[in-house]
Design a protein. Structure first.
Length: 366
């Protein structure tokens, strides 16, 4: 009798130990299709896949779940943090965030293209001396009457290098009309309007007493010539236009890091954050050319078509991803400072600063 009890206990112990060494192993979730995704599950005992009966009694987790199929996911910069110093030089930071569905839904970073991820950006800000005049962004100047408070003449654009006929053309429009235009993204050549807004603001800041660096002056002067062409920019010019607009936006908000703009634009237009990707593409092209010599003509034609598509696609990315540097308030941490050239020029009421978000922060203009 004792032997029978011993054998039963031994069997139970062995069976428990065997079942205890088995477990369900789950695969990765599949892509979201029709708002549903699934994953595989298998019974594994001692690192070997066995019949599911061996995992009897173990709770099986769900292998199907509802999901949301995100569309058109892209990186979008957060707002700059408030400058750490009122004047004399501080730091400000922004981070890229992944958004989908026409920039309406924030999601996990893995939904966006990792090759276009630039990383956290921390740059100098408010580098002007505490006794100097700081720059003021578009929101401030839009709120001021051009006939009584602007420090420059309200000139008109001549478009000497070309323009389109019709009301949509900036030809003959005044600085104040362009700067206060509430719907720049609706114009045929909207890139021109966004660039012009920042340039006008920079001109106003210079006349108000802001002392820009030689590097900044070079940017401002180069934009002046570009704006003479009101008939639209070529595909080759678009990356330059958006880099210049980004730089002017930083200058008009007392934000540094102009050299970072060129790096970010290079990342967007190349579509990669590593040289290895470009080298790999070059090697693959070389291998294909050697391995399929009889199809050389076809390969060249296809490569040319893909190159054209690739460049145009990256240009579109540049339009959608580059945004203005304007904050919701025209100047942060500057209350009480003298921001005028003299007592007769542009009175500032920072405590009553406009708080409406700048229209150029909409994703349509990026």
């Amino acid at each position: 009798m004792k032997n029978h009890i011993f054998l039963v206990l031994l069997y139970i112990t062995f069976t428990f130990a065997q079942s205890n060494s088995c477990q369900y192993v789950y695969g990765d979730w599949s892509e979201c299709i029709n708002n549903s995704q699934n994953r595989t599950v298998r019974c594994v005992c001692d690192e070997e896949t066995v019949d599911a009966v061996q995992c009897a009694g173990i709770v099986v987790l769900p292998v199907t779940q509802e999901c949301v199929e995100y569309m058109n996911c892209k990186w979008k910069w957060s707002r700059w943090t408030a400058c750490s110093e009122v004047c004399g030089g501080g730091n400000t930071t922004r981070v890229p965030q992944c958004y989908c569905d026409e920039m309406m839904t924030p999601v996990e970073d893995d939904k966006c293209d990792v090759n276009l991820f630039y990383g956290r950006e921390t740059v100098p800000c408010n580098e002007f001396d505490c006794g100097d005049v700081p720059a003021l962004n578009k929101l401030y100047w839009i709120s001021k009457d051009e006939t009584t408070t602007w420090p420059i003449e309200n000139k008109t654009f001549n478009c000497s290098l070309g323009y389109d006929e019709g009301e949509d053309s900036p030809m003959g429009k005044s600085y104040s009309q362009v700067l206060s235009d509430p719907y720049p993204a609706t114009h045929n050549h909207f890139e021109w309007y966004f660039l012009a807004k920042e340039w006008i603001t920079a001109e106003l800041n210079m006349a108000n007493g802001v002392v820009f660096s030689p590097e900044a002056m070079e940017v401002i002067n180069s934009v002046s010539g570009l704006l003479e062409n009101c008939a639209g920019f070529s595909d080759d010019q678009i990356p330059l236009v958006y880099a210049l607009k980004e730089k002017l936006g930083r200058l008009n908000n007392n934000i540094g890091g102009l050299s970072n703009v060129d790096e970010q634009m290079s990342l967007i237009t190349s579509g990669s954050n590593s040289d290895e990707r470009d080298d790999g593409f070059g090697r693959m092209t070389f291998i294909l050319a050697i391995a399929v010599p009889l199809a050389a003509v076809v390969i060249i034609a296809v490569a040319l078509a893909l190159t054209i598509y690739y460049v145009r696609d990256k240009t579109t990315v540049a339009k959608e991803e580059f945004e203005s540097e304007d904050e919701e308030e025209p100047l942060q941490n500057t209350t009480g400072m003298d921001t005028r050239l003299n007592n007769d020029t542009v009175p500032l009421e920072l405590e009553h600063a406009p708080t409406t978000r700048d229209e150029s922060t909409s994703e349509e203009q990026l």
